[in-house]
Ligand binder design. Structure first.
Ligand SMILES: [Zn+2]
Length: 294
């Protein structure tokens, strides 16, 4: 009897041992499989990514504003614009130019800052109003022209310097509220149709005038639309940046800004940024994409 019982127990133990061994091998096999397939997947993804970066000349190593989330957009844009350099492709896509104007829009960042970027991809809400708006001295502006305090002070200093050179700067438009822009834009659409209106007037929320940092200039004798033909314009070309202002919609940047050439429209950015833009002859969109966005 005793012997029989022992054999039974041995048999039982043996079965348990087999079961344990089987479970361990199954678990190990599954685990290894999972590990390897994961590794394979990772390696595969890396090869694809490397191949795509190669197509872009491995420019990610040279540009600190390269955005790895945009690789697909870069490649698509490159396909449609084979004549552009890889640097231009990255820059333009970062600006948003691979999408038509007024599409893929987002709310502007840097609110209440001198660096705020408002254009056909970045908008301000209807209730956005700059802080510390102040009225510009009517000696250098039409009645009721408001700007953000710092921009106002720098503008008045600039206008005074122009005056010392026997020239006259007069603001014909500065801060405009969302509602004001809405009326203006709607009237332009009635007058010229939406397509044409879009080339010279911003949709409400997309106007830089709502930031309180933009001005339209005249010399007080002719309309602001004639500003290009004045001595004051020549003076602004050479001196605006010293006071922190830039020509915002230059003739050679229409494709980037989405606006026709506006010799009368200036934007306050502060002396440091304005000087860089002046020296390097770039648009604010390009500056923002290179130095501020990421
Ligand atoms: Zn303007």
């Amino acid at each position: 009897m005793k012997v029989k019982k022992k054999v039974k127990i041995k048999k039982k133990n043996f079965m348990i041992l087999i079961l344990i061994i089987m479970s361990i091998s199954t678990l190990t096999y599954t685990g290894m499989n999972f590990f390897y397939s994961n590794q394979n997947d990772k390696t595969y993804k890396k090869i694809i990514k490397d191949k795509r970066l190669e197509e872009l000349g491995n420019i990610d190593e040279k540009l600190n504003y390269f955005n790895k989330d945009y690789i697909d957009r870069y490649l698509k844009y490159k396909e449609n614009n084979p004549n552009l350099s890889n640097k231009e492709i990255v820059l333009n896509v970062n600006i948003g130019l691979d999408n038509p104007f007024y599409t893929n829009t987002k709310e502007a960042t840097d609110l209440y800052e001198n660096t705020i970027l408002v254009n056909k991809y970045n908008y301000l809400n209807a209730d956005y109003e700059p802080k510390d708006l102040e009225e510009v001295n009517t000696y250098y502006a039409r009645n009721g022209m408001k700007l953000v305090k710092e921009a106002k002070e720098q503008y008045e200093a600039m206008a005074k310097a122009a005056e010392n050179a026997n020239l006259k700067l007069v603001i014909s438009s500065s801060y405009r509220s969302y509602q004001y822009q809405e009326n203006l834009y709607n009237n332009y659409v009635i007058q010229d149709g939406e397509e044409i209106a879009n080339t010279y007037s911003a949709k409400p929320g997309f106007s830089e005038h709502q930031t309180g940092l933009a001005i339209d200039l005249s010399n007080g004798k002719t309309s602001y639309t004639d500003f290009e033909n004045t001595e004051e314009f020549k003076w602004m070309q050479e001196n605006a940046y010293k006071y922190g202002f830039i020509l915002r919609f230059p003739e050679d940047k229409v494709n980037v800004t989405g606006y026709q050439y506006e010799p009368w429209h200036y934007r306050y950015l502060g002396i440091k940024i304005a000087s860089y833009i002046h020296e390097n002859k770039i648009s604010y969109e390009e500056y923002y994409a290179m130095f501020l966005e990421n």
